[in-house]
Design a protein around this ligand. Structure first.
Ligand SMILES: *[C@@H]1O[C@H](CO)[C@@H](O)[C@H](O)[C@H]1NC(C)=O
Ligand SMILES: *[C@@H]1O[C@H](CO)[C@@H](O)[C@H](O)[C@H]1NC(C)=O
Length: 507
């Protein structure tokens, strides 16, 4: 007992110390400027280079970033010229216009504002102090570094990253200017250099001038390009920087490419295998197929089963379904081949392209016991329970995390209880985060969404208030006696069942 009290006191005094520390720092003056709608433009217009973090006070990542950002601001305040770091609470209603102007969609978002705010560049750097300092020093310097020796090249070019270098007869003229414009534009995504002599570069023999050379850690390793139009260079870089096959494993070096892969508008083919055992037997076959399918609008990813665990769980799949090939189309329709062998990839892909593969519908298992008042529907039982049951069905699409659904749950339960003895009416729910919802039938844009399907096939969304009274009223007006009952039951029982008032009174 005593030890517990003691440790409680210890914790308290530590917390107190921490508090004191914080206020000490605050007194010294924070280096990060706080901006808001009243002074944002004014402050930004006075800076050639200023970094702004758009944050929300409640955001965890922002809280983690704050001390690092502050440390970086302190170091960078003595940079020559000083680099200024600022922050804006973009969740504050008063700063709403700023959040819209800078298209803030998540927290934290960091932007680099140059030239009095005329040029805006996203911050793609690390989130800890040293990394922030290095990244910003580089962003504040020239967009492209001159390479004057093999040593320069060695220092600048990281063999595990994409590096873009312009080789010029001299540093003047339209090609050179365009290259610099491009470097400025894409500097937060890629590293740039320029040189008069390609022999300083890796594999740099026999390069004609001018040439745009892209060095990358995958596929051909070196690609050259000679069209110096800015848009053409941009397209070239975009294409050349996507690997034929994106590798998805635990190596962070590969992660920027994985992010790109998922941003692509293409259909996405994802092959998941156990890298420790099966990588060799799949990799070259898969890569050949990817190369041959270049014009098919498909991007290819090869994922380690371990790294892909999340994707597996999401699809409701198990490890013993691997090796697994999934294709996800831009409309999110999925096609899937479990336990695939290397020799089956090409024929299956051909079948897919020929429209012979049926889409995969993600579903929870059909529950064995389903005897609660509110019935559980899953994707695989949707047809049988909702469309072919001959019943009037009120179906709730919900998400387990949704607060409004939790509030609504007891109401739905009461409604279900009141219809428990009515064979014509079923109250049901479907977890729309664990089951694919047919998009051509239901429009589920928020949770909960309620649909009613009458026994004679009318399907409509319930838009009224989610109270027991209103919903029961709606069901009474909308339901029809099922066709099955019509056949089975004698004429005389009919009026009772259609009489909505008496049914309602019972409830
Ligand atoms: C901007 O205005 C806010 C609110 O008045 C103030 O807290 C903040 O210190 C100001 N920032 C600067 C850099 O003047
Ligand atoms: C829902 O309830 C509110 C107030 O309780 C009412 O003003 C509104 O008309 C109702 N909507 C429908 C569709 O019944």
């Amino acid at each position: 007992m005593e030890t517990r009290v003691f440790s409680a006191i210890l914790v308290l005094s530590l917390a107190l110390l921490a508090l004191l520390n914080v206020s000490a720092v605050a007194e010294e003056g924070e280096k990060v400027l706080t901006l808001d709608h009243s002074n944002f433009s004014d402050v930004v217009s006075k800076h050639d280079f200023i970094v702004v973090e758009f944050y929300a006070p409640w955001c965890g990542h922002c809280k983690a970033l704050a001390p690092e950002y502050e440390k970086a601001a302190l170091v960078l305040s003595s940079h020559d010229p000083p680099i200024v770091l600022a922050k804006v609470d973009a969740s504050d209603e008063a700063n709403r216009e700023l959040a819209i102007e800078f298209q803030i969609q998540g927290f934290p978002t960091i932007k680099i504002l140059k030239n009095g705010g005329k040029n805006i560049q996203k911050y793609n750097g690390p989130r800890e102090a040293d990394g922030i300092v290095d990244y910003l020093k580089k962003q504040a310097g020239p967009a492209s570094a001159e390479i004057k020796s093999t040593d320069d090249a060695g220092n600048l070019i990281n063999e595990k990253k994409i590096f873009i270098v312009g080789v010029f007869p001299d540093f003047a003229g339209e090609e050179y200017e365009n290259f610099m414009t491009l470097a400025e534009k894409l500097r937060s995504d890629y590293d740039f250099g320029h040189t008069l002599d390609a022999k300083y570069l890796p594999r740099g023999e026999l390069v004609q001038k001018p040439t745009l050379r892209l060095l990358k850690p995958f596929d051909e390793l070196v690609v050259d390009f000679q069209d110096f139009q800015v848009a053409a260079m941009e397209r070239f870089i975009e294409e050349a920087s996507i690997p034929v096959v994106t590798i998805f494993d635990k190596d962070p070096i590969n992660h920027p490419y994985v992010v790109k892969f998922f941003q692509s508008p293409n259909a996405k083919a994802m092959l998941y295998v156990k890298f420790s055992k099966e990588l060799d037997s799949f990799q070259s076959t898969y890569k050949d197929i990817a190369k041959q399918s270049k014009d098919k609008g498909i991007s290819f990813l090869l994922g380690d089963l371990e790294a892909g665990e999340g994707a597996f769980k999401y699809l409701g799949l198990k490890e013993d379904h691997a090796p697994l090939l999934i294709i996800q189309k831009p409309d999110r329709q999925k096609y899937l081949k479990t336990n695939i062998e290397p020799a089956q990839i090409a024929p299956w892909l051909k079948d897919y392209l020929d429209g012979l593969v049926k889409p995969f519908i993600r579903s929870e298992p059909i529950p064995v016991v389903n005897d609660e008042p509110v019935k559980v529907v899953v994707a695989d039982s949707l047809q049988d329970m909702v469309f072919n049951s001959g019943k009037n069905v009120l179906l709730e699409f919900y998400a387990p995390w949704c607060g409004a659904c939790k509030e609504f749950a007891p109401i739905l339960d009461e409604i279900a209880v009141s219809y428990a003895n009515d064979p014509d009416i079923m109250i049901a729910k479907l977890d729309a985060t664990a089951n694919d919802v047919p998009r051509d039938t239901f429009e589920v844009q928020g949770f909960p969404t309620l649909y009613f399907r009458s026994a004679n096939g009318n399907l409509k969304q319930y838009e009224g208030n989610r109270t027991k009274e209103d919903i029961i009223d709606f069901i009474q007006k909308s339901h029809v006696k099922s066709a099955l009952d019509d056949l089975a039951e004698p004429e005389s029982t009919k009026p009772e069942a259609v009489n909505s008032n008496s049914a309602k009174d019972e409830l």
